[in-house]
Design a protein around this ligand. Structure first.
Ligand SMILES: *[C@@H]1O[C@H](CO)[C@@H](O)[C@H](O)[C@H]1NC(C)=O
Ligand SMILES: *[C@@H]1O[C@H](CO)[C@@H](O)[C@H](O)[C@H]1NC(C)=O
Ligand SMILES: *[C@@H]1O[C@H](CO)[C@@H](O)[C@H](O)[C@H]1NC(C)=O
Ligand SMILES: *[C@@H]1O[C@H](CO)[C@@H](O)[C@H](O)[C@H]1NC(C)=O
Ligand SMILES: *[C@@H]1O[C@H](CO)[C@@H](O)[C@H](O)[C@H]1NC(C)=O
Ligand SMILES: *[C@@H]1O[C@H](CO)[C@@H](O)[C@H](O)[C@H]1NC(C)=O
Ligand SMILES: *[C@@H]1O[C@H](CO)[C@@H](O)[C@H](O)[C@H]1NC(C)=O
Length: 467
């Protein structure tokens, strides 16, 4: 996460740890430059950040399942550019399964299994068309629209539960929010730069981690190759960050004070939004505006598609008890996103389990569905270390806000997935941002043309959406 002679502090989320000192997949500045006097400050008892796993299932029959990041999204086509997470996975022999988002689908509604794959296929095309329409609009306009407006302009106006569930799968399930809540332009970037090879993306493929060491294994194994124990402080929660043009000082909840020349803050956007950490001086208005303008949502996992009359009510189901996944596990995942997930985080496990079983029984009307032997509902929003699982770009968040989200404050730098213009919300976004921030801070430390990231005082968005 970060690095600095004389102790720099990286805070909390460890997603980008590997970006700093590894010889693979690409040489990374800090280690290459011989910078070793740094400290990674991690609130949890292990590295991995939002790559978190847990054993799940009845006693004696447990499997490791992922609570956060679970996919390598966009892999590699031929000898084209490889997603760096794929490279790490290959280097550490991570077990993965091909996840086919579009052609391995069974559809259901409140009456049971009903084939509406024609409607589903139409929604796949409509989403592709949406990304094309957004791109066509960019050169002609300096302002964004919502993805909902984009769909409507194309005359895609889902009305039936089946149409809504299909659109949900294409859109909300990826961005964790509705088309109304999401940027037309940035949601298209989110697709293009990762999945669309013509646009610089890696590939249309997705690999699902089924590694029983947990997806986090690739972070921890990579860290073991270059970190020693004096460079990592676990179980250490940050309470205050004091910053200036000459130093940064971080105070932990146990009162420990760490001083550094530079620090890189990798808190999730949700943590920054919820004031869980105090900044001194208080964050300037332009920074606070940028932080509060982007959004943080959670989502858990994957393919049966269920159309309820209420949009977003337990729509996406994934069986893991499949050949190539976790055969014999008997595990089923269901995903909810956005406002619906916020609603159910307030419910008890028993209430959520009962709602989920109600839906499952509607999907299989002629099958007796027993109560599950184990039930698990991770609550990302309520967890003060995360406050959500990844970021989304709303229409009111303009490119200049994004510049300000990334901007450094004196010797305090920021990094993490939310700061990636091309890959926000993705694990590889965290990787690329970590790499870039590490390189910049290394240059500052070595006196080789330190270039703090500037901010824009007056947001006008006259710069448009060119990347
Ligand atoms: C760990 O790394 C630091 C920084 O390079 C170094 O000072 C220390 O001696 C190392 N400790 C061990 C046990 O290798
Ligand atoms: C962190 O805390 C966990 C339990 O809370 C404990 O098992 C572990 O030993 C601690 N690790 C360190 C490095 O302090
Ligand atoms: C991965 O597997 C290959 C072939 O089995 C082996 O040579 C290599 O050492 C393994 N690498 C790691 C990091 O486990
Ligand atoms: C939907 O698309 C899939 C593959 O893209 C195809 O195999 C299937 O036949 C299509 N189904 C319908 C009903 O159009
Ligand atoms: C997508 O665009 C193509 C090409 O313009 C068009 O033929 C097709 O009907 C569109 N599909 C949807 C669902 O909008
Ligand atoms: C997304 O990719 C399509 C090509 O599939 C392209 O036409 C469009 O301009 C791109 N959209 C954006 C917002 O860059
Ligand atoms: C469920 O059983 C009813 C009555 O036997 C039958 O009409 C219906 O087709 C069955 N539904 C499914 C999804 O098999």
């Amino acid at each position: 996460m970060f690095t600095v002679p004389f102790r720099a502090i990286t805070v909390l989320c460890t997603i980008i740890t590997y970006a700093f000192a590894l010889p693979k997949p690409e040489p990374v500045p800090l280690a290459e430059e011989g910078i070793t006097d740094f400290l990674i400050v991690e609130a949890r008892d292990e590295l991995g950040g939002r790559m978190r796993s847990a054993p799940f299932g009845e006693p004696g029959h447990q499997f490791t399942v992922e609570l956060g990041a679970n996919w390598i999204q966009g892999t590699q086509e031929g000898n084209g550019p490889a997603n760096p997470i794929l490279v790490l996975a290959r280097n550490h022999n991570l077990s993965t399964a091909e996840s086919d988002f579009f052609t391995s689908m069974t559809t259901y509604d409140q009456t049971g299994a009903v084939d509406y794959l024609d409607v589903f296929n139409n929604s796949v095309d409509a989403f592709t068309n949406l990304t094309v329409a957004a791109g066509a609009r960019v050169p002609q306009s300096l302002v964004d629209l919502t993805a909902r407006t984009g769909y409507s302009l194309m005359d895609q106006k889902p009305k039936t539960p089946q149409e809504k569930a299909s659109e949900y799968f294409q859109f909300d399930w990826e961005y964790a929010q509705t088309p109304e809540q999401s940027s037309f332009v940035a949601s298209s970037w989110g697709n293009n730069f990762t999945y669309n090879v013509d646009q610089g993306g890696f590939s249309g493929g997705n690999l699902f981690s089924i590694d029983q060491r947990g997806f986090k294994h690739l972070i921890q194994a990579e860290a073991a190759e270059f970190l020693n124990s004096s460079q990592v402080l676990l179980n250490a929660t940050v309470s205050t960050i004091e910053y200036s043009d000459s130093a940064v000082s971080v105070t932990l909840t146990d009162g420990t004070k760490l001083n550094a020349k530079y620090a890189i803050c990798t808190f999730s956007l949700g943590v920054l939004q919820n004031d869980d950490v105090r900044f001194e001086p208080a964050l300037p208005g332009w920074k606070a505006e940028a932080i509060q303008s982007m959004t943080m949502f959670w989502f858990d996992t994957q393919y049966g598609l269920y159309a309820d009359t209420e949009r977003g009510r337990y729509p996406v189901w994934q069986g893991l008890d499949l050949e190539n996944f976790l055969p014999g596990s008997g595990i089923v995942f269901v995903t909810v996103t956005g406002d619906y997930s916020e609603r159910i985080e307030a419910l008890s496990d028993a209430q959520v389990q009962s709602e989920v079983l109600g839906v499952l029984r509607a999907m299989y009307p002629n099958v007796t569905i027993p109560d599950p032997t184990a039930f698990f509902f991770p609550r990302w929003f309520s967890d003060p270390l995360y406050r959500g699982s990844y970021s989304n770009w709303p229409a009111s968040f303009v490119t200049q806000h994004h510049t300000n989200l990334r901007a450094s404050l004196g010797r305090l730098w920021f990094s993490g997935e939310a700061l990636s213009e091309k890959y926000f919300g993705f694990l590889h976004g965290a990787y690329f941002e970590g790499e870039a921030t590490g390189a910049s801070v290394a240059q500052c430390l070595k006196g080789q043309g330190c270039a703090p990231l500037p901010h824009i005082t007056k947001i006008t968005n006259s710069v448009g959406y060119d990347v």
